[in-house]
Design a protein around this ligand. Structure first.
Ligand SMILES: Cc1cc2nc3c(=O)[nH]c(=O)nc-3n(C[C@H](O)[C@H](O)[C@H](O)COP(=O)(O)OP(=O)(O)OC[C@H]3O[C@@H](n4cnc5c(N)ncnc54)[C@H](O)[C@@H]3O)c2cc1C
Length: 405
């Protein structure tokens, strides 16, 4: 009989798991232990609206009042040091807590560049990081963003919105090449340049030197950039140490099944820290997306309560850059063909990534409706007619044969 559930990490998955457990009628003890001082909040605005305006209105995911009302113990500013699953204990600096089941949702930390450190070097993961960065994003300031991935690109867009000059250094020949391919990566490059960003491709940081007035970046091409701040946006590393210490299987993330179960009974993991088996993709993936975190955390909470639930929907995420809403659904490491509907030049399109005539992924600019249709096609994994995909007047859902679940 389950009476004590502990969530390690007080972020997005913690909020979803606590809500799911109470919604499903679990009336035992729930304890969320989070290293940050803030109650669970959402991170997507940290590189977008919140970074631009500082308006924290929409950030909260779980208030202290909700926790008090629902009898959820929220321990903030405390770090879990280890787990002893056999004894059912979660270890903190000042003792241990009993747990019949544990959800590890420790997210990750920004990846750093060796030698690129200092007061003027920023990363972006927490609300405090966003506050510190906002303070330097001002008209007349020059910001060097290292990495044109999604977070680096959003920071560049927000910095431009706040009037800063922006140089982006990207090691590859287009932004997001590994996710989107060269042609659509080039579209993202055009988007940056259309907004006045000095995007430098195949160029990265060789060294930084910080002085009282600023920071000087020397690039791999030997160019020197005098700036006010450097933002390193080269991805994150999953915070797996609690799982590793407990002997739980880890391989670039905590390895879990489609329900969030780790290799150790009664220990689950979800969110950015988890590498979960995805039944549709037929492989383990670690997706670092808001939607995946929600779905796997909910699946894990349900599974804990004996209602085994899989996260099997196609992965999906969005990114807001400048005035364009980008969305990506599915997962395609390789593809045979990319079919586009709409106008790439106008940043108003949906691109479908096909393998064997089946849509495996889609990337869209300002086309939420097409992405919704693409998600259905990806989930069904049925062959589709490329001409219909291309036809802007065709309803994507008509491509889904009746009776195919
Ligand atoms: C700047 C930014 C912008 C983003 N934008 C988008 C977007 O536009 N679209 C999208 O789909 N996704 C976006 N994401 C990704 C999304 O926010 C994450 O996928 C989501 O936050 C993952 O939730 P989580 O619960 O796994 O981790 P988190 O929300 O990171 O929570 C983990 C928490 O665990 C704590 N912790 C770590 N170790 C311990 C320990 N030992 N003891 C106690 N606590 C611990 C951490 O301090 C942290 O508070 C963005 C992420 C960032 C950082």
């Amino acid at each position: 009989m389950l009476s004590d559930i502990v969530v390690v990490g007080g972020g997005q998955c913690a909020a979803v798991a606590a809500r799911t457990l109470r919604r499903r009628g679990f009336d035992g003890h729930i304890e969320i232990i989070g290293a940050e001082a803030d109650p669970p909040y959402q991170r997507p605005p940290l590189s977008k609206e919140y970074l631009e305006t500082g308006d924290a209105g929409g950030l909260s995911l779980l208030s202290e009042q909700w926790c008090a009302d629902k009898n959820v113990r929220l321990r903030l500013g405390e770090r879990v040091l280890g787990l002893d699953p056999a004894a059912g204990r979660v270890r903190l600096a000042d003792g241990s807590v009993r747990a019949d089941a544990v959800l590890i949702a420790t997210g990750g930390r920004p990846r750093m560049l060796p030698g690129v450190t200092g007061e003027r070097v920023h990363t972006l993961r927490t609300r405090r990081d966003a506050d510190r960065l906002r303070a330097v994003l001002a008209p007349g300031a020059t910001i060097v963003v290292v990495g044109a991935g999604f977070i680096g690109s959003e920071v560049a867009a927000t910095a431009r919105a706040r009037g800063a000059e922006v140089v982006v250094l990207e090691a590859l020949d287009t932004p997001l090449r590994t996710v989107l391919g060269a042609d659509l990566g080039a579209v993202c490059a055009a988007l940056h340049r259309a907004h006045g960003v000095d995007l430098r491709l195949r160029e990265t940081v060789s060294s930084v030197a910080e002085g009282s007035q600023g920071i000087t970046v020397v690039t791999s091409r030997g160019r020197r950039i005098d700036a006010d701040a450097v933002v390193v946006g080269i991805g994150m590393e999953p915070a797996t140490e609690v799982a590793e210490g407990a002997g739980i299987a880890v391989a670039d993330g905590i390895v879990v099944d489609e329900c969030g179960r780790t290799s150790v009974p009664a220990v689950f993991a979800a969110g950015d820290v988890a590498r979960h088996y995805h039944p549709l993709l037929g492989e383990h993936v670690r997706t670092e997306h808001f939607d995946s975190a929600n779905r796997l955390a909910a699946a894990a909470a349900n599974t804990m309560l004996g209602r085994a639930t899989a996260f099997a929907e196609p992965p999906w995420f969005w990114s807001d850059q400048y005035d364009v809403n980008l969305q990506y659904a599915g997962h395609a490491a390789t593809w045979d063909e990319i079919v586009v509907r709409g106008s790439v030049a106008d940043f108003d399109f949906c691109a479908f990534y096909l393998s064997g005539g089946v849509v495996r992924a889609a990337f869209a600019a300002d086309r939420g409706g097409d992405i919704a249709g693409a998600r259905e096609l990806i989930a069904r994994a049925v062959p589709v007619d490329a001409d219909v995909l291309r036809d802007d007047d065709a309803d994507l859902l008509e491509l889904v044969p009746e009776g195919v679940a």
